[in-house]
Design a binder for this molecule. Structure first.
Ligand code: AHG
Ligand code: MN
Ligand code: MN
Length: 340
């Protein structure tokens, strides 16, 4: 048990870490704090969702053709407001906005970072009181002046400066990396402070969960079908048969798999060859965290973080989890390539 005097708050932690980056001027610290502040407000709203009439659709469709929920809109507005007001971010790409939101007022123009985000992930689960999340990616801008532009956001994941997610679950946690390991902070709701609860997170060596929407089975590539069969075989040395767990919220599924040991799969299908998940604000940030936690993230053939993005909302097949599990599904994909 952590003694009260040993509690490290998120703010203390990121300030301590800043000393590891000799040229840092505190901009990333402030940016992460802005995200944490917005997350706390979104968390409050989510917790109140059962009490007030905020559930249900706004009626508009987002650019993916999905009906927006009220909380998607609220979370989007909240993160945009916090990032704009904070002054460290000069542009945002969001699942809920077709185009880049560029901040070009005098104050925010100074921002050196851009953020890609899924403000509310797993939103179709809200009515069922199931865990949902927020996912964010942070890049250094590549353009020189003015408001941030699309090219600042179309960078491969290998150039990420930081990435993280917030999970609004039985407790609310913020998990992030700046490329030196992954750390998790749990919100103490009584004081509204994120406290370090999961230092240096790594996938456990005992891993026996697989997470996939098996309802799409007939549309899966041959390699994925073979991998599912492999997961279901009996072999105590490799902890098989694995346990199947699927929530339908990427953040919640990934978070559970990171803690308990498991692989998450959202493959391309015959109907949607690039799968469903969006590269910039779902696959890349989760892939970066996975790699920093000793894991791996792949399309089945290629490292996620090396994909050169072409458009803001492009999708990618996504396999993420402990290294050996992702390598196994890659082997099945390679083996089956050309047989289809
Ligand atoms: P979002 O709520 O941001 O649109 O994301 C939903 C995503 C992701 O969270 C989850 O992993 C996936 O959709 C589930 O898709 P299926 O319902 O097709 O399994
Ligand atoms: Mn999502
Ligand atoms: Mn979303």
């Amino acid at each position: 048990m952590v003694h009260r005097s040993q509690i490290t708050t998120l703010t203390q932690f990121i300030i301590q870490r800043q000393s590891e980056y000799p040229h840092a001027k505190g901009a990333m610290t402030r940016l992460l704090n802005d995200i944490a502040t917005a997350a706390k407000i979104v968390n409050r709203e989510i917790n109140a969702a059962g009490l007030v009439d905020i559930l249900g659709t706004v009626g508009k469709e987002n650019i993916q053709g999905e009906t927006q929920k009220k909380l998607d809109v609220f979370a989007n507005d909240m993160f945009i407001t916090a990032l704009k007001g904070g002054g460290e971010c000069c542009a945002i790409a969001s699942e809920e906005n077709e185009k880049v939101i560029s901040f070009s007022n005098e104050f925010s123009e100074l921002g050196k970072y851009v953020v890609a985000m899924d403000p509310l992930d797993g939103s179709s689960n809200i009515e069922a009181n199931v865990s949902i999340g927020t996912i964010f990616s942070i890049y250094r801008r590549v353009t020189e002046a003015g408001g941030g532009r699309q090219e600042d956001l179309l960078q491969p994941g290998i150039h990420l400066a930081a990435a993280g997610y917030i999970i609004y679950g039985s407790s609310t946690m913020l998990v992030y990396t700046t490329g030196k390991g992954v750390n998790g902070f749990t919100l103490d709701p009584s004081v509204g402070i994120f406290c370090l609860s999961h230092p240096d997170m790594k996938f456990p060596t005992h891993a026996n969960i697989y997470s996939i929407n098996e309802g799409n089975y007939i549309f899966f590539p041959e390699g994925v079908k073979k991998y599912i069969k492999y997961c279901q075989e009996n072999d105590s040395e490799t902890f098989r048969p694995y346990t199947s767990r699927y929530i339908g919220s990427l953040v919640a599924d990934f978070h559970r798999n990171l803690i308990k040991g498991g692989i998450f799969l959202y493959p391309g299908t015959t109907k949607n060859p690039d799968g469903k998940l969006r590269l910039l604000y779902e696959c890349n940030p989760i892939a970066y965290i996975a790699e920093q936690a000793g894991g791996k993230a792949s399309t089945g053939f290629k490292r996620i973080l090396e994909i050169e993005p072409k458009t803001l909302h492009q999708r990618a097949p996504f396999f993420v989890g402990p290294k050996h599990m992702v390598q196994k599904v890659e082997a099945f994909m390679m083996e089956s390539q050309g047989n289809e």
